[in-house]
Design a protein around this ligand. Structure first.
Ligand SMILES: C[S@@+](CC[C@H](N)C(=O)[O-])C[C@H]1O[C@@H](n2cnc3c(N)ncnc32)[C@H](O)[C@@H]1O
Length: 254
């Protein structure tokens, strides 16, 4: 049970060491597995779960270790956010999502565990107050942004508008490694280039691929969960899903 401003005793994931978490690694699971029962009520097997489980657990662990209970959280494109559902009794939880099915996202929600703003981040919706949130995050959402630098900048400006001074923002975007033409959306590169990420520069894809610790979603969850949504392509043909993660802090006002 968490009380105000108490954290898990061991802090494995900190803004100061976040360069270790720039892309999904097998070694992260020794930390993430410790949070699975707390988030999902059950243990998880990394080779059998879809990428969202890695992403949910990384965000959840970051919050538990760095953001005190009672703080204000905003999930951008949260859909039926599993993280907010779990945290709703201890944090003030908000979600901005148009619920229009974009990126295979949901069109309906029965969740009453968060305050919902039905819109796109980047539209400067006034239901989201300025300088308000202690943590703004997204899971598998912003890679669905159109490849347009004006849209990218509007989303970043809107996130920075709603963040409280000194607050952190963490975004986990899917990429797909392929034999040719890896699928990496411009929004991800734009975030690394335009936010002063605490985890440093985005790593070159070839460097990630050479890393024996690189974690890729396996064939089993692809076949059972993703394949039917991905034109029934075979796993090897579709490619190998991975998460790239970017963290920044809004500067304190002078
Ligand atoms: C693949 S779904 C992921 C939903 C949820 N984060 C999850 O992990 O289950 C992508 C979601 O992002 C939302 N989305 C995409 N761009 C967005 C934006 N700029 N602002 C808010 N939501 C956005 C879509 O509406 C969709 O619900």
């Amino acid at each position: 049970m968490h009380t105000n401003n108490t954290f898990h005793k061991t802090r494995y994931i900190k803004p100061q060491n976040f360069s270790k978490f720039t892309y999904a690694k097998h070694s992260h699971w020794s930390i993430l597995e410790q949070y699975a029962e707390e988030l999902y009520g059950q243990t998880v097997e990394p080779t059998k779960v879809q990428l969202k489980v890695y992403q949910d657990l990384l965000v959840y662990a970051f919050i538990r270790e760095n953001i005190g209970a009672g703080k204000k959280l905003l999930d951008v494109g949260g859909g039926n956010s599993r993280v907010l559902k779990r945290l709703s009794k201890e944090y003030e939880c908000w979600n901005i999502d148009p619920f229009d099915g974009c990126g295979n996202g949901p069109t309906i929600t029965q969740e009453n565990t968060f305050r919902l703003v039905r819109d796109y981040m980047g539209n400067f919706n006034t239901e989201l107050p300025d300088n308000y949130f202690d943590f703004v995050f997204s899971i598998s959402a912003l890679e669905h942004t159109p490849n347009d630098p004006l849209v990218h900048q509007r989303i970043l400006d809107d996130i920075n508008r709603v963040l409280a001074p000194g607050a952190y923002s963490l975004h986990l975007l899917d990429i797909i490694f392929r034999k040719e033409n890896h699928w990496v959306k411009d929004m991800l590169l734009y975030m690394f280039d335009h936010t002063a990420p605490l985890n440093g520069a985005m790593k070159p894809l070839d460097e990630m691929l050479m890393d024996p610790d690189l974690y890729l979603m396996t064939k089993e969850p692809y076949d059972t969960i993703w394949k039917s949504r991905c034109n029934n392509l075979e796993y090897e043909e579709f490619g190998y899903p991975c998460s790239v993660n970017v963290l920044w802090q809004k500067p304190y006002q002078k």
